[in-house]
Design a binder for this molecule. Sequence first.
Ligand code: G3H
Ligand code: ZN
Length: 284
Amino acid sequence: MELVPMKEILDRANEEGYAVGGFNINNMEFLQAIVEASQEYNSPLILQTSEGAIKYIGIDYVIGMVQAAVKNIDIPVALHLDHGGSFEKVMECIRKGYSSVMIDGSKYPFEENVKLTSKVVEAAHSVGVTVEAELGKLGGNEDDVSVDEREAKFTNPEEAEEFVERTGVDALAVAIGTAHGVYKGDPELDFKRLKLINDRVDIPLVLHGASGVPEKDVKHAVSLGINKVNVNTDFQQAFTSKIRELFKKDSELYDPRKYCGPGRDAIREAVKGKIEFLGSKGKG
Ligand code: G3H
Ligand code: ZN
């Protein structure tokens, strides 16, 4: 199956009131586990790579592996750039075959974010590629980017409405209390704010930093307009915990297939759990 624009996947989720996972891949095992679980559960899938993952894997390897992974499956799959930091990076990914990109202008003041996002939307839409943008700023750590909690800024609903109108973006990532990486305390989501944003904005909303957020809170967010839920850290932890456990049992282990294989199985099970509670099972 060919890659599809993320808009196709998210617009249906928005109409029917469920969410699709934006699942990050870090290596081949992540990709295989995520694709296998999605195919088994007949769920649409958004595969995404951060700039850090692209740097680690190599963009040509990403494209080659993803093409091999989707060749013989029949669920819709989008390949998405997660947290694209510049116009140039976004263009590189589009040229290489990504069907969706995120331009993350959340580090800029509102007007600059509007300007950069609009420029990306114009270029991406001309070749049928979907665009996600971010307004407000999430705290936490992702790859080499660390945002102090005091710097994090919740999304303003009025600004969200203006931002979507002026940029023509397809999906909007909102900051409502989640953070990237591992939570220190319990995350507290601002559902009131999410509802206000959803009342003003028609396009699908995206929840970043969903690892470690209790299932009931994610479900509540989905009921209030979230249609894409980003997960990376939970799968990294599933993979690494399994490998740690195996090395604890046998510190002489040296064949990577003997620990990466079980690590991959652990990710597959974790992905299935997410698909179930996001509501995308059977929607492929
Ligand atoms: O963009 C990716 C996600 O927001 C990752 O969030 O660190 O909670 O898995 P996470
Ligand atoms: Zn994110």
